[in-house]
Write a protein that binds this ligand. Structure first.
Ligand SMILES: Cc1cc2nc3c(=O)[nH]c(=O)nc-3n(C[C@H](O)[C@H](O)[C@H](O)COP(=O)(O)O)c2cc1C
Length: 181
């Protein structure tokens, strides 16, 4: 059983339900999973699901009473952060260094040179190929972020192309392999 800590951050993609598989696999392996969700992510999966799978309340509001320093404490405690699914919007926000929500604040509080921050993008293929997204991903990679590249395939919108979230079982396996034993 693992004793590692993972910060699992969700943004608002139709693929958010697949992150539940990742959380479940990590929790089954003994990993402590702290979930973080944008307001849009909580429109796709409920806080009760995230709490039920991880055994901990989701962190989704920087201003919640009693949780004022959570963005620093969660960044300190975790061995690895995984933004899954990563929307175009949140990728662009992180690349701009915006910290007015829990995901952005945690990213800026994270010691990028010391601990892995991974992102698993999921989006329509036009969003994936847009120069704004491409430029932001290049910036994040340059800062040391690992991108778990999406795959080709059908999208929920009916179109086909690159941008489908990598297989959640494979994502969980990659995370487990990277964690301290
Ligand atoms: C049904 C639906 C599905 C969506 N799926 C995606 C998606 O897979 N990837 C993406 O980048 N944006 C997607 N969006 C758009 C985002 O939800 C929107 O840009 C939102 O502002 C993202 O906020 P967040 O990045 O703070 O979570 C979707 C929107 C809707 C209504």
């Amino acid at each position: 059983m693992s004793r590692a800590n993972v910060l699992l951050l969700l943004s608002g993609s139709i693929a958010a339900y697949k992150a539940c598989t990742v959380i479940s696999r990590l929790a089954q392996a003994g990993v402590t999973v702290q979930t973080v969700a944008t307001p849009a992510a909580l429109r796709f999966v409920g806080a009760a699901t995230l709490e039920g799978l991880s055994g901990r309340p989701v962190f989704s509001n920087l201003w919640e009473e009693g949780r004022a320093l959570d963005h620093i404490e969660h960044a300190r405690a975790a061995d690895l952060a995984l933004l899954c699914p990563a929307t175009a919007n949140t990728i662009n926000r992180l690349a701009a260094g915006l910290a007015d929500d829990p995901v952005g604040a945690l990213f800026l509080a994270w010691e990028l040179k010391q601990k892995p921050w991974w992102i698993a993008p999921a989006m329509n293929h036009h969003m994936w190929q847009h120069p704004a997204t491409t430029a932001s991903l290049a910036k994040l990679r340059d800062w040391g972020v690992r991108v778990l590249d999406p795959v080709d395939g059908p999208h929920a919108c009916g179109e086909d192309g690159a941008g489908r979230l990598m297989d959640p079982e494979a994502i969980a396996a990659e995370v487990l392999a990277a964690l301290p034993k």
